[in-house]
Design a protein around this ligand. Structure first.
Ligand code: FRU
Length: 494
């Protein structure tokens, strides 16, 4: 039976989303059907198509009582909107259906697991929000919440710690033996983040297994939106810690993202951490989630915004929030690498190629656009070194987004101070590029309101949303000194 709240959300999006034209949206990045979107949820392959859900408040351009929006795709580039999947319509989730994930039951039904949040009044008049884990079952279109929800509550927390106020974002998967497992974000008694692992035979009755890893106040506080999967012989954990403290150029203050690579020993219930790092070094990236494609690739998608820099451009459109391009993951030398999914090549249209020795500033014939796939390779020239290299993208008379590189310090910077956002939030980020000696390869994806930079075949990524008017589509290259430059540009079709 469909509740009034879900019916209302479905009617609202059906009635008003059609007033958003295709031109107001990016070409191959997902935006909400209408209203507000944050985290990707329930990224899964079900009945022959990719399903993606998202944290959704259809009624405004602000975060509000969370619903789950829903889309499907065959190629991870073109998404079809389906009706809103979940609404906050029960006593245990009336404050919101927070982030979660999806899997499949043995009988072929789709299984969703999410955080139900309810509000409780304290004695002193303050309100607390209590978080529990809940299930819903459906056919890829309509979902029924499980009658015995919640399936995990404060009684499921590990002894001697755990907080019912911060207990969220279950990521669910099926083991090879058919049983289910999930990893959930939580807080330990020291006030910082931890990740809890639970197991279930049927997907509905869950038992606590262990605390897989925790922050010990070293990598931020609450660890949000965890994910856990096997990749290249290792166990990889992704999480998005809140309240991080800056650490060199690896982690910045506030909401960050982090991967942990190691080995999870199921017998010993122990995760041996071997390495860790930031997932993305740009401004707008948070809460990534992965899916395993039928061909075995591990594919990650993230929210292309961050709480600390999330700005709604006034009067632009009736949507806010984008997802990143889905990215293929791999491990190289103990580090997580990522590149855009290869499916993007199917959108490539007209190609332009230039090879030159660059000095001063230049624009290149045919190199412009806001929906492009651009690869820029720098090789220091034999006779002369270079000091600083800059690319200005989405460039108009008053606007540009700049990517600059200093070969002496190996620091790469993304700067969107002049990218149409007049709010005083973070507009610059830097990272250390690992390869030295001035060689640099950048793959840059532009799609109307975003710039995603992949460094040296995926060693690092920097992602940022931009707010620049679409008429600003110029690109220029500038160097102090001289450098050999190769530029390959493809227009991208919708
Ligand atoms: C992360 C997050 C999650 C939560 C959701 C609420 O961005 O804070 O922890 O489930 O957003 O919308």
């Amino acid at each position: 039976m469909m509740t009034e709240k879900l019916k209302k959300a479905r009617e609202y999006e059906e009635k008003y989303a059609r007033f958003i034209s295709d031109e107001e949206r990016p070409a191959y990045h997902l935006t909400p059907r209408i209203g507000w979107m944050n985290d990707p949820n329930g990224f899964s392959f079900y009945n022959g198509a990719y399903h993606l859900f998202y944290q959704y408040h259809p009624y405004s351009l602000e975060w509000g009582p969370m619903h789950w929006g829903h889309v499907v795709s065959r190629d991870l580039l073109h998404w079809e909107y389906l009706p809103c999947a979940l609404a906050p319509d029960q006593a245990y989730d009336g404050f919101g259906c927070f982030s979660g994930s999806a899997s499949e039951l043995p009988d072929g039904r789709q299984l969703l697991m999410y955080t139900g949040v309810r509000e409780e009044m304290c004695e002193d008049g303050r309100k607390k929000t209590i978080q529990t884990q809940c299930m819903a079952v459906g056919d890829g279109l309509n979902y029924e919440k499980y009658e015995a929800n919640p399936v995990l509550d404060e009684t499921s927390l590990p002894a001697g710690g755990g907080s019912r106020l911060d207990f969220r974002d279950p990521k669910l998967w099926r083991e090879e033996d058919g049983s289910f497992a999930c990893i959930v974000g939580n807080r330990t008694e020291d006030g910082s983040g931890s990740l809890l692992l639970y197991r279930s035979e049927d997907g509905f009755h869950w038992n606590f297994e262990t605390i897989v890893d925790r922050s010990y106040n070293e990598f931020g506080k609450m660890w949000e939106c965890p994910d856990l999967f096997g990749l290249d012989g290792k166990t990889v954990i992704l999480t998005s810690p809140q309240e991080m403290s800056q650490s060199g150029l690896e982690f910045h203050n506030g909401n960050g993202t982090m991967y942990l690579i190691g080995q999870y020993d199921r017998e010993k219930k122990h995760f041996e951490r071997e390495s860790l790092g930031a997932i993305d070094y740009g401004i707008d990236f948070y809460a990534p989630q992965t899916v395993q494609a039928p061909d075995g690739r591990r594919i990650m998608i993230g929210w292309m915004q961050n709480w600390d820099a999330c700005v709604a451009p006034s009067g632009r459109s009736r949507w806010i929030g984008q997802m990143t391009i889905p990215r293929e993951l791999r491990i190289v030398d103990g580090k997580l690498q990522q590149m855009p999914i290869r499916e993007i090549e199917s959108l490539r249209g007209h190609r332009v190629y230039h090879r030159m020795s660059l000095c001063n500033e230049n624009t290149l014939q045919g190199v412009f656009g806001r929906r492009i796939d651009l690869t820029v390779t720098l090789t220091p020239s034999e006779e002369e070194s270079y000091e600083r290299f800059r690319i200005r993208l989405a460039r108009g008379s008053r606007h540009y987004t700049m990517i600059s590189y200093n070969p002496k310090t190996s620091v790469l910077k993304i700067d969107r101070n002049n990218s149409g956002c007049c709010r005083d939030v973070v507009h610059e980020r830097r990272c250390f590029v690992r390869q030295q000696r001035g060689r640099l390869k950048l793959r840059i994806l532009l799609d109307q309101y975003s710039v995603e930079v992949f460094v040296n075949d995926g060693e690092q990524a920097l992602t940022t949303a931009i707010y620049t008017p679409l008429s600003a589509d110029g690109i220029s290259f500038e160097v102090d000194g001289r450098v050999d430059l190769e530029v390959e540009k493809y227009e991208l079709r919708s």
